[in-house]
Design a protein around this ligand. Sequence first.
Ligand code: FAD
Ligand code: NAD
Length: 404
Amino acid sequence: MRKPRVVVLGAGYGGLITVTRLQKLIGVSEAEITLVNKNNYHYETTWLHEASAGTLHHDRARYPIREVINTSRIHFMKDTVVAIDKQAKVVTLEKGQVEYDYLVISLGSHPETFGIKGLKEYAFGITSIDSARQLREHIEYQFATYNMEKDKKVERLAIIVGGAGFTGIEFLGELGNRIPKLCKEYDIDFQKVRMICVEAAPTALPGFDPGLVNYAVKYLQKKGVEFRIGTAIKECIKDGIIVSKDNRMETIKAGTVVWAAGVRGNSVVEEAGFENIRGRVKVDDYLRAPGHEDVFVIGDCSLIINEETNRPYPPTAQIAMQQGEVCAKNLQAAISGSKKMISFTPVMKGSVASLGDHDAVGFVFGKKFVGSKASFMKKMIDNRALYMIGGPSLVMKKGKFNFL
Ligand code: FAD
Ligand code: NAD
């Protein structure tokens, strides 16, 4: 009899946890396992703000997938998923096709642009190694060009960050450390540079502890960040943005606009016709797409409602990794036919937002942390993710140990 074919799409946090657990849970004779990812490396999405600002080299934030999977058990395909035909059980890739009996969709997120004009054309995102390289180099290019111009355009040195959610705040934390260094390198007066954070909600980090928000905002202001709170970006133009506050429109000019104002599930999910809310599939207790018992959806492509708040859990690596563990066990149950699937409930341990390399704010296990303690914790969380996927050797190679 033919072995069941398990196909995992995406080698991010959810996908890699799933396959590294599956390779231990399922015997060679029980199933064929295929992992598809557009690159031959995994990147730490949670470190991309550092690579984007240039405070961490992008190679530190990635590692080869083959280093963490058992290639005699997992067939790895470097390819890009183009479409999923859930009736025919076929995934179309850029360079071919792959058939499945069980599918795991763990393709992460895409930026949520809310249809705002000009964002796709003119704004940078913090989404991948490629985007991080491009953003870092663009900022450097603006600094390098400034002194070469006859009519020096000071707006060229302004950087706008759209959204003061965790991504925006963490990126600004890195910029706060990077910009003074760039100023030295390119002989530019720091006073000429503007870092502007534009947030539509009435506060930065909406929903986070107000004391911690206050700490983060004050800390970043000291580093030179200007906050425009309660101000919505309405349009992105070639040399800046148009915002609206209290029904008054204003243009803010800048050489760099970064869009960090939220995410939606990968567009492949919507295009495949799964029931979804902003590209995220509201999965059943066992992480399966409704009406498709052979399709598991995890990580940023999935949606789970927090019964206490009646709102979706935010898409995080923390949840994607927990889902990967359960997804692997449920696949084992489905394939063996003799085990029971387990239901998934997220265990929220807390959140820590870094403010550059040596400061952070966090709410962990019900306790607030700021400063070097919170920063230490953030590095431990980053190292834990490495450990969970690649064990101690990956932590030794890629881990963060600069605690002072
Ligand atoms: P990802 O880890 O993003 O992986 C998706 C994978 O799919 C990638 O390898 C990608 O290359 C691949 N892929 C995408 N499309 C295709 C395609 N068409 N074909 C083939 N392969 C494809 N969460 C936390 O819990 N803690 C944090 O500290 C934290 N910090 C963050 C910092 C930043 C700057 C950002 C942007 C996010 C952060 N998050 C954090 C959120 C977290 O990164 C995501 O929730 C998490 O990465 C989701 O995991 P995933 O497995 O769904 O997707
Ligand atoms: P987010 O949705 O958490 O925050 C986006 C912010 O942009 C919001 O504050 C929103 O009000 C604002 N915004 C939306 N439209 C706007 C507009 N037109 N103009 C100005 N502001 C606008 O998105 P994110 O920060 O990208 O985070 C995505 C997910 O990743 C979240 O679940 C987050 O928790 C997670 N994440 C976690 C960490 C961490 O734990 N350290 C770090 C980064 C991201």
